[in-house]
Ligand binder design. Structure first.
Ligand code: SDX
Length: 429
């Protein structure tokens, strides 16, 4: 990586800052010394032009619609890999050998059960509580049950906590679903792979044998791979910032879940499906497209647009293919929701407004149709996103914690409030 410099003229002085180049992607101007040398801050609400860290995990080229995990294109990983293989790659930087994969699978599989007392934790929630609210509470409570892996200065405890989180998220997610629908919890089965075990815990009932459909299990694995990591998105940045204070990994992941819940982020998959069902029929699409373009209408096309992708989200293409695979396997010939989605995409991609603003379908546009076809209620969609993204959050947290330059994140501000003034007794106000 070659270095050069950038010059800043400020209040009659010239300041020079180092420019660093990455392996690929935009250069960065290192402004760490800016405040000390100029007395001024940079100002970038929403961090549209700010690199918050250096990372080797995931690279996105938004203009080209490229997503790499440790250099491997997402379409190759989704096509050929399984979810735990991608977890290993994100955590350790290389694809595992057979022996490494078998050992990793073994370690994760044997951490899938949760402390039996956690099942009583659920009974405190109303049955109709949103499963994401339950996930925020239960995952945050993990540090109360697994205190022996909360010392972040101990590499062994960091590894155990990472494996526990990856392994237990499907179990907790399935428990949140079963509690929501009033069915008994189903324990993990060690002979099933990651996605098949999750589907079994969600859809098996004690009264009869439940055989997981291998085509649907493969589709579930691929959906998890597509959601695994995505560089410094809002929830990952939340996890990094929480982790920078030394908070334990269970608390950091709970913070990531809370941030992911927002409809502008991971909550968009639930919002996108609700939007498609509100549109209901292709005849009503023009009405909603007009609302999305209307500056005075807060309505946005959920599942469209992205801070980084100004091209088609590569995950959306794979998700669309998976949607057709799942609907085909389930014999769902004409899903009105899919008809609306396909026609909405066609109209939006030819509409001047969307072309000019480079708004394309993102991963959340098709995922809802697929997850609904798999049998999940819309309230579970973001839970599945959180389940898959846990490995990305953990890998990014691990990278931050292991960086010797790591320090607590503490942004500054542009203060536009009142200047100093004296207290006025109430009688004089
Ligand atoms: C995820 O960051 C990640 O990597 C996230 C994610 C991940 O894997 O972690 O990829 C997952 O969160 C995907 C995004 C899911 N969210 C949605 O689908 C919600 C709908 N999309 C928008 O809310 C919006 O596109 C965002 C939040 C995704 C991006 O917003 P930005 O980058 O802040 O862009 P913006 O809001 O400034 O929009 C730019 C312009 C605006 O118009 P102008 O003010 O310039 O005239 O585009 C318009 C917006 O009004 N616009 C839309 C739109 N998205 C942006 N107009 C209509 N419909 C939309 N969906």
């Amino acid at each position: 990586m070659t270095d050069s410099t950038a010059k800043l003229e400020f209040r009659g002085q010239t300041h020079e800052f180092k420019v660093r180049a990455g392996t690929v992607g935009p250069d960065v101007i290192d402004i760490a010394s800016l405040y000390a040398t100029t007395g001024a801050f940079t100002y970038d609400p929403g961090f549209t032009s700010t690199a918050s860290c250096e990372s080797e995990i995931t690279f996105i080229d938004g203009d080209a619609g490229i997503l790499l995990h440790r250099g491997y294109p997402i379409d190759q990983l989704a096509e050929h890999g399984d979810f735990l293989e991608v977890c290993y790659l994100l955590l350790y930087g290389e694809l595992p050998t057979k022996a490494q994969k078998d050992d990793f699978d073994h370690r994760v599989t044997r951490h899938t059960m949760v402390h039996e007392q956690m099942s009583r934790f659920f009974t405190g929630f109303r049955r109709d509580a949103h499963p994401m609210a339950v996930m925020c509470g239960v995952v945050g409570a993990l540090s109360a049950f697994y205190h022996d892996s909360t010392d972040i200065s101990d590499p062994h405890q960091r590894m155990v906590a990472s494996i526990r989180l990856i392994a237990k998220m499907p179990t907790i997610a399935a428990m949140a679903y079963k509690y929501h629908i009033g069915q008994p919890f189903v324990y993990p089965k060690n002979e099933l792979n990651f996605a098949a075990n999750f589907l079994h815990m969600c859809f098996a009932v004690p009264c009869e044998e439940y055989k997981v459909n291998p085509v649907l299990a493969r589709a579930m694995e691929r959906i998890f791979i597509l959601h695994a990591d995505h560089e410094q998105n809002a929830s990952t940045s939340t996890v990094r910032l929480a982790g920078s204070s030394g908070a334990n990994p269970f608390a950091c992941i709970a913070a990531g879940i809370a941030c992911l819940w927002g409809p502008a982020h991971g909550g968009a998959n639930e919002a996108a499906l609700n939007m498609l069902s509100e549109i209901g029929h292709v005849d009503r699409i023009p009405e909603f497209v007009a609302r999305a373009k209307d500056k005075n209408d807060p309505f946005r096309l959920m599942g469209f647009g992205h801070r980084v992708y100004k091209n088609y989200d590569p995950r959306a293409k794979i998700m669309q293919k998976t949607t057709h695979e799942v609907l085909g396997e389930l014999g769902i010939k004409d899903d009105p929701m899919l008809d609306v989605a396909m026609e909405l995409e066609r109209i939006a991609l030819t509409d001047e407004y969307f072309i000019e603003k480079k708004l394309y379908p993102n991963i959340d546009f098709y995922s809802g149709i697929t997850l609904k076809a798999l049998g999940f209620p819309t309230t579970m969609f973001t839970v599945l996103f959180a389940l898959a993204r846990t490995v990305g959050w953990i890998a990014q947290w691990k990278e931050m914690i292991e960086d010797p330059r790591q320090k607590i994140g503490r942004p500054r501000q542009l203060y536009t409030g009142a200047a100093e003034r004296d207290y006025l007794p109430i009688a004089k106000r």
